[in-house]
Write a protein that binds this ligand. Structure first.
Ligand code: PEP
Ligand code: MN
Length: 264
């Protein structure tokens, strides 16, 4: 279903009137995690002011250590909803466990993120395949492109064709950054599938200073959008502090991207 062979035209996903895929480029901005109402209110303000039309933020966090902050959970979804509503920003947030799917639907989560660690959680994929909420499917930590597309196929097979693929870097031997952004995957995916492809430069680089260059490389290579971490005060972020842009940095990057998007 996800193959270009089956459906030639680019799929454009409508998220509350905002198109993802096709001719536009959308940037989803926001913090790694939902922390407090004040943090999310400031983040939403910064996201909207920069001109991003969707907001990200995790309420359920897949952390490497069980002893670190695991996310605000359901309360976090409520905080996020409230902060984003003021600026009419659709929300993108990660679902880790099928048991929370009904709550995600009740809270009217606009886009469900399936994180890298769950790319091959086939039961989770089947469940988000049964609904029609758009899904951002992140690439697994060391998944091949064809494994990733097969995971998208699990979602599509259930009837949900609203799938956005997100390249977020893959594990490599290099230690100078967090994950190796696979820029080559972008033109390959654009050929192999009609689904929109976005890029997360934050989890790839793992450092705020790398985010602008990786964002531009992604757009130049044909990505349909970006998923960028921004925190009102990165030094105080509860999670992924090193890679968060400040609101002025996001603003600056958005300006540069507007110029680039006209050029490509
Ligand atoms: C995230 O987006 O905050 C996240 C945990 O990303 P990934 O699943 O790509 O590691
Ligand atoms: Mn993060």
């Amino acid at each position: 279903i996800v193959a270009r062979e089956w459906h030639q035209a680019d799929t454009v996903i409508n998220v509350g009137g905002i198109p993802i895929g096709g001719k536009t480029i959308q940037v989803i901005g926001g913090p790694c995690s939902v922390e407090t109402q004040a943090q999310m209110d400031l983040a939403a303000q910064g996201v909207a002011a920069a001109g991003c039309r969707l907001m990200r933020g995790g309420a359920f966090k897949p952390r490497t250590s069980p002893y670190t902050f695991q996310g605000k959970g359901i309360e976090g979804l409520e905080i996020f909803r409230q902060a984003a509503a003021k600026y009419r920003l659709p929300i993108v947030t990660e679902l880790m466990d099928v048991r929370y799917l009904d709550i995600f639907l009740e809270q009217q989560v606009d886009v469900i993120q399936i994180g890298a660690r769950n790319m091959q959680n086939f039961d989770l994929l089947k469940e988000v395949g049964r609904i029609h909420t758009p899904v951002v499917l992140k690439r697994g930590l060391c998944a091949t492109i064809s494994e990733w597309l097969m995971s998208a196929e699990y979602i599509a097979a259930g009837g949900n064709h609203n799938i956005i693929l997100c390249e977020r870097g893959v594990r490599s031997f290099e230690k100078a950054y967090r994950n190796m952004l696979d820029v080559t995957a972008i033109p390959i995916l654009k050929k192999e599938t009609h689904l929109p492809v976005i890029v997360d430069p934050s989890h790839a680089g793992g450092k705020a200073s790398l985010v602008p260059a990786l964002s531009k490389a992604a757009i130049a290579a044909g990505a349909d959008g970006l998923l960028i971490e921004m925190h009102p005060n990165p030094c105080d972020a509860w999670c992924d502090a090193d890679q968060a842009l400040t609101p002025p940095e996001l603003n600056q990057l958005m300006e540069e991207l507007r110029l680039l998007a006209q050029a490509v």
